[in-house]
Design a protein around this ligand. Structure first.
Ligand SMILES: Nc1ncnc2c1ncn2[C@@H]1O[C@H](COP(=O)(O)OP(=O)(O)O)[C@@H](O)[C@H]1O
Ligand SMILES: [Mg+2]
Length: 140
């Protein structure tokens, strides 16, 4: 079993105008290749905070995240689909390429292939408002 990630005593406090909010206290677990892990808990227990940290969208207060594979890529499907309503599905899916200035024909074709894999090939020229919730999640 190949170990990918080790999370040790992870802690996250948010600083707000009303003081500190403890969102995560001492979470530890290991992720191995092929693992399917569900994080279950009541609303406000820190699930999104944990995923934001693992997705590198937020920092943490204390603890350790160890990566056991070089260039490990972590993708994170947000709770909200976060698509831009004024962009088509293809343009939304190509946004990362736009930002990193890597929108080559080859890369756009790759994105089109992904959209096909997710059953969205007939919708690439539509706008987010024309898709169902689940379809928007898949675009995300
Ligand atoms: N940006 C933030 N600023 C301050 N407190 C936050 C912020 N985001 C989340 N929290 C607080 O952190 C705790 C965990 O929130 P969250 O990770 O969103 O929970 P979950 O996704 O499990 O419902 C909650 O008490 C929430 O109010
Ligand atoms: Mg959440």
């Amino acid at each position: 079993m190949t170990k990918l990630l080790e999370i040790k005593n992870l802690k996250k406090n948010y600083h707000t105008l009303n003081g500190e909010i403890s969102a995560i206290k001492n979470i530890s677990f290991t992720v191995n290749e092929g693992d399917f892990i569900a994080i279950v808990g009541s609303s406000g227990c820190g699930k999104s905070t944990l995923l934001n940290i693992l997705g590198n969208l937020d920092n943490y207060t204390d603890g350790e995240i160890k990566y056991f594979k070089e260039n490990l890529k972590i993708g994170y499907m947000l709770q909200e689909d976060a698509l831009f309503p004024w962009l088509t599905i293809l343009d939304n899916a190509c946004l990362g390429l736009d930002i990193t200035k890597t929108k080559t024909k080859e890369n756009v074709d790759y994105v089109k292939g992904l959209l096909k894999t997710y059953g969205l090939e007939d919708f690439i020229n539509k706008y987010p408002s024309q898709l169902s919730g689940g379809m928007k999640q898949r675009v995300g």
